[in-house]
Design a protein around this ligand. Structure first.
Ligand SMILES: Cc1cc2nc3c(=O)[nH]c(=O)nc-3n(C[C@H](O)[C@H](O)[C@H](O)COP(=O)(O)O)c2cc1C
Length: 350
């Protein structure tokens, strides 16, 4: 089956980036409902356990590649992404209340760099809206579902933990794991929550809430994952590793997008505010992953996100100590073939 993505990409790239995003998701959902998405994209079999399936955080991941948060912010295409071959799908970021996000335009392609700058600002339907979407979109998705949570833009930082607790409680029954996103650059003050003291407090309060929910929900244990930024100093990463070791967090995602622009300096869109993702982020993000891996207990898995544009990039993340990888910008530039390539990769352990 020929790879149709280069043609699809040409058509999609003729539209502005946010319209292309909505058109793609809508076409994917329709094709999925007609039962032809899988055949159209020519991807490997959806979410079926493979040779590379692995047990992590008490969950069985069918393969090592997942969809990074922010592509399915509303939780409305979970099964469809499973059909593209993702072993796990992370939806969100979700906030307690719905919010529209920042003004448009807020999403930019830097084609020459295979990169994106976004300042979406957590546009999302809120916990209740996302759960409603999920009731239609999950269907028989057999991969792992992560739900990524954050705070509303108008919640002050000294009340931020309440927002995370509200989201956590709201999504607990639906989630296989929950990611607390402390690293979006597009919500004022959010990254300050990565300060070791605040982060430790957030984790402890989430863990206490989990003990209650676990008892109330028939013993269901939902792993808690923290997603960090690539722009942290080495000292800050080491301090966070101490917090993760002490609290016994279940997992960490390295990393979110970067606010640095050195890798795209001179590009006409380099001055747009927001987070940069894709190829210019690969090395920086893998560097944070490597340092965290050195500093953190081996038992805590790391999910590598940031500039996975090829199977080689995924390999570099695994070599630096990632147990899984996630993809966003790579899917936009390379198409679903990238998922199949990574899902089928042999690793040292498999
Ligand atoms: C348009 C866009 C929106 C994003 N929204 C979120 C989000 O809501 N929550 C989050 O944790 N990460 C979000 N991200 C970050 C991605 O999940 C990912 O960590 C980052 O883009 C690096 O991976 P990549 O280079 O494969 O894109 C977003 C990224 C992009 C490009």
């Amino acid at each position: 089956m020929p790879d149709l993505y280069p043609l699809a990409r040409r058509l999609l790239f003729a539209m502005d980036a946010e319209s292309a995003h909505h058109v793609t998701l809508s076409l994917m959902r329709t094709a999925d409902h007609l039962g032809i998405l899988h055949a159209l994209t020519g991807t490997a079999h959806a979410s079926d356990p493979t040779d590379s399936s692995l047990e992590l955080m008490g969950l069985r991941f069918p393969n090592r590649v997942g969809l990074a948060a922010g592509l399915d912010k509303t939780g409305s295409a979970v099964h469809a992404f499973g059909e593209l071959g993702f072993g796990h799908v992370e939806i969100g970021t979700i906030t307690p209340r719905p919010q529209p996000g920042n003004e448009k335009p807020r999403l930019f392609r830097l084609k020459e760099h295979e990169a994106i700058i976004n300042r979406m600002g957590f546009n999302n339907p809120g916990v209740a809206g996302m759960l409603e979407n999920l009731s239609h979109s999950r269907r028989n998705f057999r991969g792992i579902l992560g739900i990524n949570i954050g705070k509303n833009f108008d919640t002050p930082n000294d009340e931020a933990i309440c927002d995370y607790l509200l989201c956590f409680e709201g999504v607990y029954a639906a989630a296989d794991y929950v990611t607390a996103n402390l690293s979006s650059p597009n919500t004022k003050g959010l990254r300050d929550l990565q300060n070791a003291g605040t982060c430790g407090e957030l984790i402890r309060q989430l863990q206490a809430k989990r003990s209650e929910l676990q008892t109330a929900q028939g013993g269901k244990y939902v792993p808690i994952v923290i997603k960090i930024a690539p722009d942290l100093s080495d000292e800050a990463v080491v301090a966070l590793a101490g917090v993760f070791n002490e609290t016994g967090i279940d997992g960490v995602i390295t990393t979110n997008t970067t606010i640095a622009r050195d890798a795209v300096a001179g590009h006409a869109l380099a001055g747009e505010a927001g987070g940069l993702s894709g190829a210019p982020l690969t090395t920086k993000s893998t560097g944070v992953l490597r340092l965290l891996r050195q500093e953190m207990n081996d038992a805590i898995p790391i999910i590598g996100s940031g500039g996975v544009m090829s199977a080689d990039d995924a390999r570099a993340k695994f070599d630096a100590g990632a147990a899984l990888v996630q993809v966003y910008t790579g899917l936009v530039y390379k198409g679903p073939k990238l998922v199949t390539e990574i899902a089928g990769m042999k690793t040292a352990e498999s």
